[in-house]
Design a protein around this ligand. Sequence first.
Ligand code: TYM
Length: 337
Amino acid sequence: MSNRQRVLSGVQPTGDLHLGNYLGAIRNWVEGQSQYDNFVFIADLHAITVPYELATLSANTYSLAALYLACGLDLNHSTIFVQSHVSAHSELTWLLNCITPLNWLQDMIQYREKAVKQGENVSVGLLDYPVLMASDILLYQPDKVPVGEDQKQHIELTRDIVNRFNHLFAKPDHPVLKLPEPLIRKEGARVMSLTDGTKKMSKSDPSDLSRINLLDSPDEIAKKIKRCKTDPTRGLEFDNPERPESNNLLTLYTLLSGKTKEEVATECQDMGWGQFKSLLTETIINALKPIQEKYQTVTDEKGYLESVLRDGRQKAVAIANQTLAQAKTAMGYSVPL
Ligand code: TYM
């Protein structure tokens, strides 16, 4: 395990996990997990950077951990933990805050988008979110960070922070923090909304019709696909900028059916929307069924999730504290033994 490359990633426990999260991130963790030493966590400190429901934070955290397992994360290859259980994340964030220029954070696309939505209610935490994310990553010194397209800018910022930190506090041939690489798959890296093929599928879209959640029932899936946006042209095609919905839905069908892009392009080129929608509905229902069944098994077993997260925390703390101590020493602190 130790000479394998390390991978680290996480998801926020806000709202339901949808097909974008699954196809852009989690499925890729699962597919590559036997090649890597995997650290995956539930980003519950990120979840409070915008107003949130106190009553559901903890339940959502456990539900997301159960979904990780349901999607196929295997504890022989992957360590699963909760961000707030490892205090080094908050501590390294403070240290990195003090070397991160304010304007780097003000330029982040996600910050600007979310800040507009919050109006006057923008917290310092929302601005600082990417530094917390940098800390999440750097504590585990991963080689790769598998994410969807929307997180790329945050990983680039993480790399800028690493370079700045090493430049300020390390000898050129002995870097303290490791430069991580984003791992973004071409297909599925940006799944679009069902109600507007030009907008990203998102947990924060007020309309639940815009996304398929991993725990949606067959009836809900059928309803959402029936109502999803289409266009007046008969026959579906990929990569036509005038037909974003066609491209998005064909991509979903390709990824969930396991067929190749070429096979799908041929199969669907003359199909009417009605026929395609039935096919897509059935494919989504079949792809999600085993995940939903496993989710039920995992959540039915009392105490199991707690024990998974306790073990995960132990492994995560050991690595995170070591990196934190190295960073503090490099910054001139005396670290108690
Ligand atoms: P979050 O919770 O918004 O999303 C989790 C993962 O899902 C991907 N994703 C998508 N991929 C394709 N199409 C979409 N429509 C779509 N929507 C979301 C995201 O790119 C992400 O990979 N800040 C992160 C969580 C985080 C993290 C980290 C990730 C915190 N610390 C350290 C990696 C490393 C976030 O909010 O993801």
